[in-house]
Each structure stands twice: as C-alpha cells, then as structure tokens.
Ligand binder design. Sequence first.
Ligand code: PLP
Length: 385
Amino acid sequence: MRDATLSVHHPAVSHDGYAALSVPTHRASTIVFDDAAAYASRGKRDLDGYSYGLHGTPTQRVLEAQLTALEGGARTVLMPSGQASIAVIFLTVLNPGDHVLIPDTAYPPVTNFCRDFLAPRGIDWTVYPPGIGARIAAMIRPETRLIWTESPGSTTMEVEDIPAIAAIARDRGILTGIDNTWATPLLFKPLAHGIDFSMQALTKYPGGHSDLLMGSVTVGDLDLRRRLRDTMRMLGLGVAPDAVALVLRGIETMAVRLAHVGRVATDLAQELHDRGAGEVLFPALPTSPGHDLWARDFAGSSGLFSVVLPAGAEARLEAALDGLKVFAIGASWGGTRSLMAPMSVAQARRHDHPRNGRTILRVNVGLEDPQDLRTDLAAFFDALG
Ligand SMILES: *Cc1c(COP(=O)(O)O)cnc(C)c1O
C-alpha cells in the first residue's frame, strides 16, 4: 500500500498483557462492519450494541452499566444535559391532549418547558404543591400520563412523599419520574420507591468538577428504555465520549466526596441555624421542613442547602457577597468549590408561601477546609447585619 493509504489504516497491535484500571475513551462517529451481511442486518442490532457513534461506544456502555447498578435498574440512557434528560422523558411519554403534573419546586427550566414548549403543542400541565403526598390523587385527570417529582425541591428543598405519589400513580397506570440530582442514587434509590424514570444531572455530583454537562435516566423496564432511545434518535441526541470519560473518573470518588460534603454541610447548616442567620432549609436538620420524610427515605445528605435571609438583608447583600474569600458566587453545584447564589422564587411559584417573597441564599459546600468555609460564612452573615 502507498503512503496515503498507510496513513489512514491504523496497524493492528497486540493487547496481550495490557490491563489498565481506567476505561478507554472510544471516540467514534462511523462504526464499520466485518462483512456485507453484518452491514445489511445492522438495524437488527440490539440497543446495547453498536451501530453509530451517536448511539454510544463501549465507553458510554460502561457508564450506563455503572449507573444502572447504582440505581438498581434495568438500563440507563445518557443525555447531553440534565435538562435534556427531563425534556426527553416528557416528550417520550406525552402526546397532544395529554396532561402532566409537576411540583411547584421543579427546576425552573422544567416549568418553562411545560409553559413555552409543551402547552403550545397541546400538552396541558398543572403545578402541585410539593407537600401533597397521596392527595395528588385529587389532581389526576383522565388524560394525566406523567407525574414529575423533584425531591428535595429546587431552592426551598421540600421533600416529597415519593412512595405515596408513586403508589397512587401506579394504581392508575400513570408513569412517574423524579429529578434525583440532589441525592444521587447513593442517597436515594427512586426505582426501589416505585418511580419509573430516575433522572439525575451528572453535571453535578457524578461529574464532580464543574467541567462537563450530562444527564442520565435509569428505568426498570426495557420498553421504557426503547421509547427513550427512540425519542433521542428522532432528536439526534447523544453524548461525547470525552465527557463520558470525565464522568467515569468523577464517579469513582463520588461516594467519598458526598459523605464529606454531607457531613460538613450538616455542621455548617446547624451552626447557621444556631446563630439565627435565617430559616435554614436543609432536610438533614431536624428543624427543617421535610426532615421526617428525609430520615425515612434517604441514606444521607448531600452538600446543598438554603438559608432564607432576614427581611431587609437585601440592602447589604451585594457587599456581603463581594466580601467572600472562599465561596465563589455561582448557581450550579456539586463540584469541588463552595458556592453561594442568592435566589428569588417569587416569580416562579404558583402556590403561596410566606418565604416566597424573600431572598433565599443557596449554599453549595465544596471540598475546601471546613474551617475556612466557617470563617467565610461568619464574615458573610456578620456583613448582612
Ligand atoms: C443542574 C440541574 C438540572 C439541569 O442539569 P444540566 O445538566 O445543567 O442541564 C436539573 N435539575 C436540577 C435539580 C439541577 O440542579
């Protein structure tokens, strides 16, 4: 063969004696076939197999299998982001004329998706209060096809009675899904509590280093996996092998990171409660709403909590944030760095609550020395006055 040909034909080398602990990153768009018959029958390959890079390489299959094992499911699909995961679940289950229930504490882009994308296409939605539990039965309509949950909820951290909601839905043949990003499957296993779609933003704790975007959905039913993959194929959604490799790296330390930030967050949240910094919203604290459900259903706590700032604190908030030395100002979470973000839920919430009009500070505990975090928090709340 001539040089140009040799340049694009990679020589086969021996793998004998090669055993690494890391998962190889297989990058591929094109996948080739051993013979004409294999090519002709490629459409019959099962969904765990390989046909085109968009549908996964062995690197992706390893992460899918690892998440499936952690979730106690049958299969996992990977999506380009957490939000894409939620959108694909909704688009898979809901057709024009159908109805979906979402919690008042849903990740805000979910509410926007229902209002600005699904509703104009004839899919109706209703917002339920997150404390509803079994009373969700009264909000179910004949055309309800999906009940979405998120626990603890965004910003205000209400814990939902997932087993009660899942039991009502199952009775009526309605599918359920959860945004389990706060807990990850290490701290809460949705499928064991009767949920059909267990979704998490891998962007947060599994990635763990604030440098990638990805989401996952694990199901216990192969037909639901097939339907999710059909939607993804229609929309042309896939994930990049390099990002998958980063999640595979992050997930190896996730249990240790979560145990650490859960412990430090519990200490810091308790100290803020004790100093009267404001109402602390963190289900691990006995004084926090949802503590009993959390203690019943969760194996522990992660490192994200909220503090309802005292009325009038807004006047000094900017200066207090600008004075931070260790915490960075930012809204995402689950990485190595501690973050603070002031939030307002007033525009987003349908159901009244006295704290809706207040500024709520969201705190993500990272991996810095807890004493440095404690000092920074104390200075912050001193500055708020
Ligand atoms: C970050 C987040 C998402 C979205 O994940 P992306 O990967 O950023 O799209 C969804 N739900 C919750 C609770 C989140 O915190």
